[in-house]
Design a protein around this ligand. Sequence first.
Ligand code: ADP
Ligand code: MG
Length: 240
Amino acid sequence: MSSPYLVLGRVSRMHGSGDLTVHALRRVSLTVAPGELVAVMGPSGSGKSTLLNLAGALDLPTSGRVLIDGVDVTTASPSALARIRRTRLGFVFQDFNLVSSLTAAENVFLPLELDGVSPRSGRAQAEQALESVGLGGLGDRFPDELSGGQRQRVAIARALIGDRRLVLADEPTGSLDSQTGESVLTVLRDRCDAGAAALLVTHDARHAAWADRIVFLRDGALVDSASADEPTPEMFGASR
Ligand code: ADP
Ligand code: MG
C-alpha cells in the first residue's frame, strides 16, 4: 500500500473550558491513502465536521498529530499551510460557498487564480472541470442562474481542479435529489480511482457504499470501521 496522504494520530479537539468543555473529537486515529475514498458517518454533533476541518488544516487539534502529505500541520508555518490548502486540497461544503458575483467558470478557476495560474490556462481547466461534472457549456452562468444541483456540481468542479490530492467533502449531496447526488459521487469516485485521497461525510448509506472504507463517529470517538489501520509511529518520522 502506498504511504497515506492523510494521517490523524490520536487527535483530540476540545472547545471551551471548565464545565463547558466540549470534546468534539477524542483521540481519533485515521489514515487515508492515495486512491482511497473513506466515508465518515455518525449522528449530528458526533464530530464529523470537526474531523474534516482538522483534516484540511482549517482547524488545529488540541492534542495529537495531523500530517498532510507528510507535513505536520501543528508545526508547519501558516504560509506553508496556506500553500497546501490552495494547491493540494479541495473542499466541498454543504452550503456550496460559491461567489455570487462570479460566473461558474470563474468560481471553478478561483483556486488556480489565487495560485498564480494564467487566466487563459485557468479558464481552459475550468471548462474541462465543468465538463467532467456534466456542466459543459454552462461556464458563463452565474450561480443564481443555476439549479441547486448544478451549483453543487460547480463546487465539486472547483474542489477537483488542478492537482488536488486530498478532497474533503462535508455532506456534498445533502440538498441534492438522489440522482444528482449519485452523479456527484461518481465524480468523486473517479477522482479517487485516479489517485486522489478523499474523506466524505455522509448520512446516506447508499452514498457511503461508494467508499472503500466507512468509519463511524459517536460523541467524538471513532467507534467502528470496516478496516481501520492505526497509524504506526514510523508514519510520524523520527520525532516519535
Ligand atoms: P457534526 O458535524 O458531526 O454534526 P461537529 O463536528 O460540527 O459535529 O460538532 C461536534 C461537537 O463539537 C458538537 O457538540 C458541537 O456543538 C461542538 N462544536 C463544534 N464546533 C464548535 C465550536 N466552534 N465551539 C464550541 N463547540 C463546537
Ligand atoms: Mg457537520
